[in-house]
Design a protein. Structure first.
Length: 292
């Protein structure tokens, strides 16, 4: 098995874990506040990642420290909205709407002084927005939980732009550790300020938090950072599109989600919008196959 194939499989496994995480977060939030879940999850993840990143801290420059702190603050906002919204919508909706960060990213690049979105990106965004409407609108009202997840997707897009601007591959692990630690600290402060902080009340809850911290957060961030450094962007985009598919799969078979025809059509349109936005289909079809 080649090196690139190994990291492709690892990144694909990460999307499966992220899809599963929407279901277990939804269940855990029935007995634990969103701020408390994030506090435990990210604090433990930061501690788990620290031994593997501590050597690279010496290479962090002041500009990269600032970028990591800002990125961590944006990540806190993203996960605060995602975790809060996950308690108020279905795991399937949460997964599909979170995937919209992919189509938001070119827009934020443009707004922050980057290049204008291409017609392909604009078309993909329009398709995904129509899909969002079919998936989330009840009459003319957007569900509050879905609205929070939509804000989360926008924050994830801003986070992607910040990381691409301020972080170099040599310090990506150190930057990730700083970001996770900031989310953990801010979530703990939020939980304490709102009198919501608590210890896990049972062994299953403790196990769930540990799994989310170690696999869906610490390991997932480490794999994602390295995979994006060794794989072609088109391949990464194709793999990441699987995340909402897994959220729909696990939502259906583990949480009993059922999508009526119009919402199923919305989910399909979101996936189509992601594909149109991120995948260079023409170059993939006509270019010689690369060894992976």
């Amino acid at each position: 098995m080649s090196y690139r194939t190994l990291w492709s499989i690892a990144l694909f496994a990460v999307t499966a874990v992220w899809g599963w995480s929407f279901v277990v977060k939804h269940e855990t939030l029935a007995i634990m506040a969103a701020s408390t879940l994030n506090a435990w999850m990210f604090s433990l993840a930061a501690l788990a990642l620290l031994p593997f990143s501590i050597r690279s801290f010496r290479y962090l420059k002041p500009r990269e420290w600032v970028g990591a702190v800002v990125a961590g603050t944006v990540l806190f906002a993203a996960f605060s909205m995602q975790t809060s919204g996950a308690a108020l919508t279905t795991p399937s909706n949460a997964g599909f709407i979170t995937g919209l960060c992919t189509v938001f990213t070119p827009l934020f690049v443009y707004l922050m002084g980057g290049g204008r979105p291409s017609p392909r990106q604009a078309g993909g965004t329009a398709i995904a927005v129509v899909g969002l409407g079919l998936l989330s609108l009840d009459g003319f009202a957007l569900h509050y939980g879905d609205l929070l997840i939509l804000g989360c997707a926008a924050c994830f897009a801003v986070h992607i732009v910040i990381i691409s601007t301020f972080t170099s591959p040599a310090v990506s692990m150190a930057s990730a550790s700083v970001q996770l630690a900031i989310v953990g600290l801010l979530s703990t402060a939020w939980s304490l300020a709102s009198n919501q902080f608590s210890l896990p009340s049972s062994l299953p809850t403790t196990v769930t938090i540990l799994l989310l911290a170690l696999f869906a957060t610490a390991l997932a961030y480490a794999i994602q950072n390295h995979a994006q450094a060794v794989l072609a962007p088109e391949k990464v985009a194709l793999i990441l599109i699987c995340e909402p598919l897994f959220s729909g799969f696990f939502g259906c078979f583990l949480a009993g989600d059922r999508l009526p025809p119009e919402r199923l059509a919305g989910a399909v349109l979101i996936l189509l919008g992601l594909a149109v936005t991120e995948l260079r289909i023409a170059s993939t079809v006509h270019a010689p196959r690369r060894r992976s």
